[in-house]
Design a protein around this ligand. Structure first.
Ligand code: IVH
Length: 710
């Protein structure tokens, strides 16, 4: 935010005000109604603050139609209008702990004034006042929803609209599993308005987008827009296909029931069968609020849905009444904003990387920008179809997103800021590393460099071959690979197993003593004998990750047998589809690859060892129909291994807990997912339970009747 320049003439201020108001209104409409905002939330917040500053300097500019006085957008007519029983307001924001403290002080002052005590916080505290109670909640980045229950039955569900009148999306909301049609309490109130946020669970969002990207379809910008788009489908059957979920965080109109405190109301909603986020805490001072904010910042990517802040609310409902509202927000609550996961920056160039399987991936070179605490200079653009679907052009201002451990990506351009001569982008004809043509196989979204000896493919293949999931060669990391390539000591994958012949040359490397050389050679020696599935992974075959490599190795237990198999034989293996069957067959059929396998075998790479122990004879349908979430640290499995062990038995493993989850496996330090499972009544198993499940296909220790196998 910048203060308005005091030299600004009023006319200038008004012109800027009009411009900002117009852009903010347009952005708001595109956000609420089209599910496709033209700028990031961070940019919106910054412009909004600029508008507030202008209005503070020139109060004449405040009109009833200013975005600072309004909530949301008027209903667009796609759905029947619904007048909320009580208005749905917005929240004021705080962007620093100072602003948060200032809010708490304003609250204390107003309460003191309203109750006739001294208008000084300390004196008010001293005068035997009970300690201030605040409820801290996560601020869910979803779509606001109002659920009206009459006599315990869902009568209407509506979007926020302009805060007074929203859109009736009852049919769409009824497809969401989390939302009860009937409340589960004995004596439901005559009228109950529940306020909540509809969201798209992150794991589902990532999976959906990965699939769309693989298919060359337009990816969704972010989970919020995906949720908004899914909720605003005219045909509720389309909404039903999307895994939407809800968290309830408040009450509007309430008749036939009363509460003293917000925390009580949340507990009651929970008991009534409504989903209430477990990460909610009652605290009594600013320090405790800071601790909550700190924890939310650290865990923001573990909760399974996107959050953009922490909402702090006065707990005592009588105090809330005394505090009241401004035109657009309650005075009794504030949203503390977390660093945004999306930012705008300039796209300097689009370059292409070629990975270990030959896949050519365009990526953005950006003006460095801070996104959720990390400076981003590169971001993936996935493939040519994605670049074209998003219409991203060099010179554009683009929106960059980095959510958790997902690699940063460019989600789209800010069209209003496109330079005049920006040209659409297309994939270069030739590989930037070896000059061979890039080809796009029929029906695929990705371009490939088919040159097995392409220097960049080789570099990435070597690193992968040495990696944990493949031959696990200690001492052979990315930098060593680069050095060996630069020194001409390796020219293909098999050369790794010839390195012992070059001990002298290795000893001659700068800063390489005998110890380091011997460690590397010992690491390579150990890598010579690995189970077949890991050898398969090491070969860098397209689409062949560890799960499928295990299925293959189990069905055809020698490298020769896999090599000899035709696509039909491969496809007949349980769990192997046509894409993998074709990829495996064509890899072995390529003469250069066949030569490589011959060399590796001749060099003693054991290619017919057994599959990793304990995994033989797995029934691929043992856990069909199970949806499992794994959380916390397990002793005998990495998270990946547990996931894989479940998946090869037919279970679906997801990242977030919902009413559809069959089981949560909780290791040490499980965090919020375990709490959520407990609050939803989803069974929770420990590591021993997981082992029993993997062996028997059922949870033997859960009392009968508590849960049946799904
Ligand atoms: S309380 C009177 N609590 O954020 C308004 N809102 O930016 C009370 N939101 O309109 C809102 N998580 O749609 C509240 N835990 C939470 C929330 C939350 C997300 C949304 C809500 C609100 C918007 C304001």
């Amino acid at each position: 935010m910048s203060d308005p320049d005091p030299n600004d003439t009023f006319a200038q201020a008004r012109a800027r005000h009009d411009e900002l108001a117009r852009r903010l209104r347009d952005a708001r409409y595109r956000y609420d109604v089209l599910s496709a905002p033209p700028m990031t939330d961070a940019e919106y917040d910054a412009r909004f603050r600029e508008l507030e500053a202008l209005e503070a300097a020139h109060p004449e500019l405040v009109t009833a139609s200013s975005p600072t006085q309004r909530v949301g957008s008027p209903p667009a007519g796609a759905f029947p209008p619904f007048t909320h029983l009580q208005p749905m307001l917005s929240l004021d924001n705080a962007f620093s702990s100072e602003e948060l403290a200032a809010w708490a002080q304003r609250v204390a002052r107003r309460l003191a004034a309203a109750t006739g005590a001294a208008a000084d916080e300390e004196q008010a505290q001293a005068a035997d006042a009970p300690p201030m109670g605040y409820v801290c909640e996560l601020k869910i980045d979803g779509v606001a929803i109002n659920l009206v229950y009459r006599d315990g039955v869902l009568a209407t569900a509506a979007t926020r609209g302009n805060g007074e009148v929203g859109e009736d999306v009852t049919a769409q909301v009824l497809t969401i599993d989390d939302i009860p049609y009937r409340l589960t309490v004995e004596d439901p109130p005559a009228v109950l308005e529940v306020r909540g946020e509809v969201y798209y669970p992150l794991a589902d969002f990532d999976a959906m987008n990965a699939e769309r990207i693989e298919q060359g379809e337009a990816a969704f910008m972010n989970p919020r827009n995906a949720a908004s788009g899914a909720l605003r489908q005219k045909d509720p059957e389309v909404t039903r296909q999307r895994p939407l979920a809800v968290w309830c965080h408040g009450i509007g109109q309430l008749e036939g029931l009363a509460f003293d405190r917000h925390a009580q109301a949340l507990d009651w909603l929970d008991a009534a069968g409504l989903p209430v986020a477990p990460e909610t805490e009652v605290v009594h001072d600013l320090d405790a609020i800071s601790v909550f904010v700190q924890r939310a910042t650290e865990r923001r990517h573990d909760v399974g849905y996107e959050i953009d802040g922490v909402v702090v609310k006065v707990d005592d409902l009588r105090q809330r009444e005394l505090l009241g509202f401004t035109a657009r927000a309650p005075r009794w609550a504030i949203a503390y904003k977390l660093p945004p996961v999306e930012q705008q920056t300039r796209l300097r160039a689009i370059e292409v990387n070629v990975g270990r399987t030959g896949k050519a991936t365009p990526y953005a070179v950006l003006d460095p920008v801070l996104v959720a605490g990390t400076t981003i200079t590169y971001a993936t653009l996935h493939n040519e179809l994605q670049v074209q679907a998003k219409d991203v052009r060099v010179g554009d201002t683009v929106i960059v997103r980095r959510a958790g451990d997902v690699i940063p990506e460019v989600v789209g351009p800010v069209l209003a800021e496109r330079p005049e001569h920006a040209e659409p982008w297309s994939m270069p004809a030739d590989c930037p590393f070896c000059g061979e043509p890039l080809v796009r196989p029929e029906g695929e979204a990705n371009h490939l460099c088919e040159n097995v000896d392409c220097p960049n493919r080789l570099r990435e293949s070597l690193t992968h071959l040495a990696g944990r999931g493949a031959l696990d060669i200690e001492g052979l990391g990315e930098q060593t690979v680069d050095l060996l390539l630069a020194e001409g000591l390796v020219a293909d994958l098999a050369d790794i197993f010839r390195l012992h012949e070059h001990r002298e040359a290795l000893l001659g490397l700068e800063k390489w003593g005998a110890k380091r050389v011997d460690n590397l050679l010992a690491g390579i020696e150990a890598g010579r004998t690995r189970p077949l599935d890991r050898v398969l992974v090491a070969l860098n075959i397209r689409h062949l990750g560890p799960t499928y490599a295990k299925l293959l190795a189990r069905a055809l237990p020698s490298l020769q047998a896999i090599r000899d198999a035709d696509p039909e034989t491969l496809e007949a293996i349980d769990g192997i589809g046509p894409i993998i069957a074709r990829a495996v067959h064509s890899w072995f059929a390529t003469p250069r690859n066949a030569q490589l396998v011959d060399d590796l075998v001749a060099l003693g790479v054991t290619a017919d060892a057994e599959v990793a122990p304990g995994d033989a004879d797995v029934d691929p349908d043992l856990l069909a129909g199970w949806t499992v979430v794994v959380t916390g640290t397990l002793e005998g499995f990495t998270r990946e291994e547990a996931k894989e062990a479940l998946e090869v038995r037919g279970a679906k493993v997801t990242g977030s807990v919902s009413g559809r989850t069959s089981l949560v496996v909780a290791g040490a330090d499980p965090g919020s997912k375990r709490d959520k499972a407990a609050s939803l009544g989803v069974p929770i198993a420990d590591e021993a339970g997981l082992r029993r499940l993997l062996e028997h296909g059922e949870l033997l220790d859960v009392p009968a009747g508590d849960r049946e196998s799904p």
